[in-house]
Structures are given as structure tokens and as C-alpha cells.
Design a protein around this ligand. Sequence first.
Ligand code: MF3
Ligand code: CO
Length: 289
Amino acid sequence: MKIGRNDPCWCGSGKKYKYCHEEFDKKVEKIRLEGHVVPPRKLIKTPEQVEKIRKSAVINRACLDAVAERIHEGMSTLEIDEIINEVTYGAGAIPAPLNYAGFPKSVCTSVNDQVCHGIPSKDVILKEGDIVNVDCSTILDGYYSDSSRMFMIGEVSEKKKKLVRVTKECCDLGLAEVKPWGFLGDVAEAINTHAMENGFSVVREIGGHGVGLEFHEDPFVSYVINRGEGMLLAPGFMFTIEPMVNAGTCQFYTDEENKWEVFTLDGEPSAQWEYQVLVTEDGYELISW
Ligand code: MF3
Ligand code: CO
């Protein structure tokens, strides 16, 4: 697609191309020719889109704040689903997981050896010593936000406590690597190195994704690739940092009956935190957490 230098920029800013994304495009093309994967234009959010996504994220964070306040021993994971519905619909938004590829509930609740995609149920009662990931995704006005947090129920074993802490540290170390003109591999290497140094393993086949205009946009975000590999972090690119970190082996299996719930193969616990991140001109903006 050829744009004249005096034509309106493709990003929709209304500015002339030469005063807007022309330099950006040249830089991205140069990096592409060096052999890197670069984000196509549709993955670069405009300021207007970012503003809408931020509003979605306000509700996404409010959902997890409400869960943090109300989660307790003896409650079912279905009650967590009810909290998500109450906060989400109360704010005029829609829970993204509901009916997504047939997912039956509004949030994922993954307990102990559940790696991800746990289905809330009245039969799953949280008990002392459990660790649970609550993964919440919100649609407001067609714009998506996605983040998850870990919760510990009462007194938890030292092993689980360390797993939850180290997984959070992995996300923070990955986040610190987000800067314009870096690569997704910079984030991944920081995460995988910290997990391995602590004796843990990072799940390989399930990972993060682009996000904002859709629930799951390109690319697939791996946390086991190396520095300098993976997609270019161009300003305006938005993605999730959401490594699944296992206390034991990184191998897993999927429940054959519901085809959703993922468990560690060795029965050891798994943890995950999820950040939604925007690459900016001078670093990153944490959109949801
Ligand atoms: N929220 C998950 C993610 O972080 C995706 C869950 S898919 C669902 O990408 F259908 F289970 F919700
Ligand atoms: Co996600």
C-alpha cells in the first residue's frame, strides 16, 4: 500500500503521513529486512483505540480488585464467576470468556495443579492451602482487556508461596524489558531465566497474545524464546505477559471431557499472572494487571 507523504497517515491521526508514521514505517521496514518479525499495521493501536482499551481495563482491574476483597476459604469458584458477572455487567461491559469458543463461564479459575482455563463450578470449593489463578477478560464498547492474578487461600505451603512469588517476579522482570525497538524474546528470556533459576519450568505450548481490538490477536507470545527473537516491540503494539510457571515439569494434559481445563502432568502446582502491556515511545504502559 503506497501512501503519499502529504496524504493522511494510515493510523487515522489526521496528520500528514510525513509528520506522523513515515519515520516509523522506515524504521520497521529496515528491521524487517534484517530478518526480524515485525508487527503489521493492524497490530499498531492508535491513541483513540488505546483510550478505549484503557476504559475497558478499568473494569477489568475492578473485577480482580473485587475478587481480591471477597475471595475466601469455603467459597466455590462459581461464586468468583458471580463476582465477575456482577462487576462487569454492572459497569456496562461483557465478560469476554463467556461463549468464547464454547467456554461456558465468564472467567477462568485455575486451582493448584490446574495450569489454565479452569471452569468455575459450584463443586470446586476453595480450601486452606489452595492457590488459585483468576483470569479475567473484559469487553467494553468492543475493546478488550485481559489480566489475571494469583490468590492464596489461608496458610499455603512454602513451595506454593515461592511459586506464586517467583511467577509474579517473572512478569515484573519481563515487563522491565518492554521498550520500543526491542523484541518479545527480551521479555521471554528474562521470564524463563528467572523461572529456571528458581527450579521451575515455563509452559511452552500455551502463552500470551496480542490484544485490544480482539480477545486474541497475533502474535502467539512465547516465554521460552531468546533475547532478540520474536516480534519487534514497536510503539503502539499491545500484548500480554502471562507465563504459566510450573513447580515441576512443564508438561501438561487437557481434560478429555470438557476439552478446556489444563493440568500439570506431574500433579505439581502451577501459577500464572497476566499483564496487558502497551509499547510506548519511551517504554511501556501497563494497561491491566
Ligand atoms: N483469559 C485467557 C488469556 O489470558 C484466555 C481464556 S480463553 C477462555 O488469554 F475462553 F477460556 F476464556
Ligand atoms: Co491473555
